[in-house]
Structures are given as structure tokens and as C-alpha cells.
Design a protein around this ligand. Structure first.
Ligand code: BDP
Length: 331
């Protein structure tokens, strides 16, 4: 073989390799990155693992990915921006912080908007959830299903909360959304928006007196070890979204999109089942850990105290009136 031929072949091989390296990596070929704020043993985490496993299996290994648990890919508000850009491919987000990026989702952050968790399931699986899905899609996020996150209640290190007046003067951590600041202020409390990862230390050192969350999050974060009063106000029922980046989703073949949608539905069913068990288990764990739990049978005083949150929200966002009424007036 002539040397010139060898050079020619070498140059060809180099050019081919360079072309391959420069070709955009298709969303199908790259490994998906999944964002999750929770620890590995948590209903959301199991749901996400099941989702990715089913997608990989049903696509015959064409789509692979990994869920990064415990918030290692960053805070929730940052991750919401990243999924919109396609830097993160999938994730489970609370629709609480989602409201800052997708204003329509704020409707489910209004206190007492759902009458119960079963009603939340029904509405989120129906026309109301579909309306939020459209709003999410407009902002670059595809909702594959709505996970259960139960109801959020107050906890603190000072005293049981029985009436809204008990919140007056308290420093309460809230999720990143102005609505939650208004909610605490409507009861005379001082709200501090703060990342989830910082709450334990902040309660421990007295930066805040308490926070509010569902039993599994109160337990899995060990917040119950530093805030021993858990008062079952159940003021927020905020569903969570198993979401995909629209950029990643749109790059898939129709066949793979169908697989992803079906896996999203299956993972949602699984997560909702796991959630029920974990809620009960978490309540047992916190009680065994010395937490004083108090029921608030009559929540009407809290509902009345938080009513201004609706008024202020609708005054500032009149275009949301129809959507709020759709949820508020549902059976
Ligand atoms: C949990 C949600 C999680 C939120 C967290 C919080 O599952 O998405 O980040 O509350 O309070 O219940 O920040």
C-alpha cells in the first residue's frame, strides 16, 4: 500500500470521527438526567426509578438515564429553569415553587383550594390537571403525571398551633413562592422563603421557628427532631409533577413518546400507592420520636384567615379568575 493511500485513509478516518463528534447528540442517544430533591428511600424517588427503568426496558435500551437524588443537581427553583432548557431531562417538582415559572400552577398553591386528597386526584387527572399541563407545556415542560404529596401542616419548636393567632409572631420557613409569604403574613407570622436543604439547620439554630410540610418530608428530613410540635392544619394540598423537558420529549420518535407517557402513568400509580403507606409510617416514626401531634378538627378559622391570599392573588392576576373558579367550584 502506498503511503499516500495510508495518509488518505487516515485523513478520512479523522474527518469521520470529527463529524461524529460534532454531530448534535440526539436526545435519544444521550443518558437522561433526572432531578430529585428527596432521599433515595422516598415515594417520589421510587416512582422516578420505576419510570426510568420502564423507559429503558420498553425502548430496548435505546433510552437510558439516571435519577440524581437528594438535590445533588441543585435547588428546586434552579432545576425548574434547567428542565425548561433541557439541561435536566426529567424530574419531580412540587407545583408550589413551579408557580414562579408557570404562573397558572399557582392555583394549586392557594390554601384549601382542594377539599381533600381524593378530590385532588380526580381534578388533576381530569380537565383541571390538563389545563395546568398545557400551561406547563407552554413553558417547556411536559407533565407526565401528578404525584401525591399529601397535605402540608405546620411544625415548630415552640408550641402547638391550634388557631391562626398561634402563628402570629412566628418565623416560618416557606417554599419559594410569594403566595406562601402572603399566607403566613395573613396570620401575622414572619415568612422566610428558603431552600429545602437549609431548613433543618435553620430550625436548629433558631433562624426560623418552624416550617410546614407533609408527614413524609417532615420525617425524612429529620425536621421532626428539631421541631417537636406538628399541628395538622392541612392547609395546602399541592400535587407534584413528574415532568420531562419538552426539548427532550419533542426529540423522541412517536413510538418512544408513547412509551414515555405510559411509563409516566405507571410510575404515577405506583407513587400514589407508596405515598399512602409512607404517610402512615412517617406519622408513627415522628410520634415515636417524641413529637406532639395535634389535630385541628375545625379548620374554618384557618380558612377565614387565609382568605385574603385569594383576594390579593386575584386582584393582581385577574386573568387567573376563571382557572381559580374551575378548581374552587369543583365537586
Ligand atoms: C416537599 C416537596 C418538595 C419541596 C419540599 C419543600 O416534595 O418538592 O421542595 O416539600 O418544602 O414536600 O421545599
Amino acid at each position: 500500500m502506498k503511503i499516500s493511500n495510508l495518509i488518505g485513509r487516515g485523513a478520512f478516518a479523522f474527518a469521520a470521527a470529527a463529524t461524529m463528534a460534532m454531530a448534535p447528540i440526539s436526545a435519544e442517544a444521550k443518558d437522561w438526567r433526572g432531578w430529585n430533591i428527596h432521599v433515595v428511600d422516598y415515594p417520589v424517588s421510587h416512582g422516578m426509578e420505576a419510570f426510568m427503568a420502564e423507559v429503558t426496558e420498553k425502548t430496548g435500551g435505546a433510552i437510558k438515564g439516571k435519577t440524581f437524588h437528594a438535590g445533588v443537581l441543585g435547588s428546586q427553583p434552579d432545576a425548574i429553569e434547567q428542565i425548561r432548557l433541557g439541561v435536566i431531562d426529567f424530574g419531580v417538582f412540587s407545583l408550589g415553587p413551579m408557580g414562579q415559572a408557570v404562573p397558572a400552577t399557582n392555583v394549586v398553591s392557594l390554601p384549601f383550594i382542594f377539599k381533600s386528597v381524593p378530590q385532588m386526584y380526580r381534578l388533576m387527572d381530569g380537565a383541571e390537571g390538563a389545563a395546568l399541563g398545557e400551561a406547563l407545556e407552554e413553558k417547556g415542560i411536559v407533565a407526565l403525571g401528578y404525584y401525591d404529596a399529601g397535605a402540608r401542616s405546620f411544625y415548630n419548636s415552640i408550641k402547638p398551633i391550634n388557631t391562626p393567632a398561634d402563628v402570629a409572631g412566628m418565623k416560618v420557613r416557606v417554599m419559594n413562592n410569594d403566595l406562601f409569604v402572603g399566607m403566613i403574613e395573613s396570620m401575622g407570622g414572619n415568612a422566610t422563603p428558603m431552600a429545602f436543604a437549609e431548613v433543618f439547620q435553620s430550625i436548629k439554630t433558631g433562624v426560623v421557628d418552624g416550617a410546614e410540610n407533609n408527614p413524609p418530608s417532615y420525617e425524612s428530613t429529620s425536621h421532626f427532631e428539631v421541631a417537636k410540635y406538628y399541628s395538622l392544619s392541612q392547609h395546602l394540598i399541592i400535587p407534584e409533577c413528574l415532568c420531562m423537558s419538552k426539548k427532550t420529549f419533542d426529540a423522541l420518535s412517536p413510538e418512544h413518546q408513547a412509551i414515555v407517557k405510559a411509563a409516566g402513568k405507571n410510575s404515577t400509580d405506583l407513587q400514589r400507592k407508596l405515598w399512602q403507606d409512607r404517610e402512615a409510617a412517617s406519622m408513627e416514626i415522628v410520634k415515636a420520636g417524641g413529637v406532639e401531634v395535634n389535630e385541628i378538627a375545625d379548620k374554618s378559622a384557618f380558612q377565614a384567615a387565609m382568605a385574603p391570599v385569594y383576594d390579593n392573588y386575584l386582584a393582581a392576576n385577574p386573568d387567573m379568575t376563571e382557572l381559580v373558579n374551575l378548581f374552587r367550584n369543583a365537586d
